[in-house]
Design a protein around this ligand. Structure first.
Ligand SMILES: [Zn+2]
Length: 237
């Protein structure tokens, strides 16, 4: 019985490992796509700021041209001052010059505040691009690692399945049937250890007499509470 139990314990451990691999096979693609989405969102933020920056630069070029034209018009108006013949005409051009000067001054103010904004945005874009570079590197490494892990899982699962089949060959049909029965009843783990009279499957105490029998392990014993196959395992503490 001691030997049968040892194989059962190995079988349980192998099947638990297989269940872990199957869960990982499901989980890894989800984690990979979450990683992809995060990176994509990060790229979009940077792209949006770059577009803002480009729009601002374009606006600055337009305002520069505007100001240049305004200054040329102003220059021509000032030259005309020397050509006028009547006082009325002179006054009218003076008024025109005043209006043009105001307009140009407003444009200069707009350009100055635009330059401040440009400065701020350029710094921000540069910082975000650096962050994105670091993120890209991290993203590439993590994704590669996860994909490699995913690829190796199929092989690992195959090993577990073959090992389980081999182990089952060493277990008597009667005991194996009992094991399958417990599993089919919805228990993920059918073989659990007991230490200090506490079942590791249901965390309930088992009777002292049963605990004594368990330590001798001459028969197959199940937990009176959760019905799992139990074995005695010495632990520290
Ligand atoms: Zn139990």
């Amino acid at each position: 019985m001691r030997e049968q139990l040892a194989i059962l314990i190995k079988l349980q451990k192998t099947e638990s490992a297989a269940a872990g691999i199957i869960a990982k096979k499901k989980d890894l693609p989800v984690r990979i796509s979450r990683l992809e989405e995060e990176f994509k969102a990060c790229c979009e933020v940077v792209e949006k700021e770059r577009e803002q920056l480009e729009a601002l630069r374009k606006s600055r070029r337009e305002k520069d041209i505007h100001l240049q034209k305004g200054q040329e018009t102003l220059k021509r108006s000032r030259e005309r001052l020397f050509e006028v013949k009547t006082n009325k005409e002179y006054q009218s051009i003076l008024k025109e010059i005043e209006t043009l000067e105001e307009k140009n001054s407003r444009m200069e103010d707009e350009i100055i505040s635009l330059l401040d904004e440009l400065d701020r945005l350029e710094t921000s874009v540069k910082k975000r691009e650096e962050e994105l570079d670091a993120h890209r590197l991290r993203y590439g490494e993590e994704k590669k690692k996860m994909e490699e892990e995913l690829n190796s899982l199929a092989g690992e699962l195959g090993v577990c399945v073959r090992k389980s089949a081999d182990l089952k060959k060493g277990i008597s049909p009667e005991i194996l049937r009992k094991y399958e029965q417990i599993k089919n009843a919805g228990r993920v783990v059918a073989v659990v250890s007991v230490w200090k009279e506490v079942c590791d499957g249901c965390h309930m105490s088992i009777p002292p007499q049963l605990y004594n029998n368990l330590q001798r392990s001459t028969t197959l014993i199940t937990c009176p509470n959760c019905n799992r196959i139990i074995y005695w395992e010495r632990r520290d503490g």
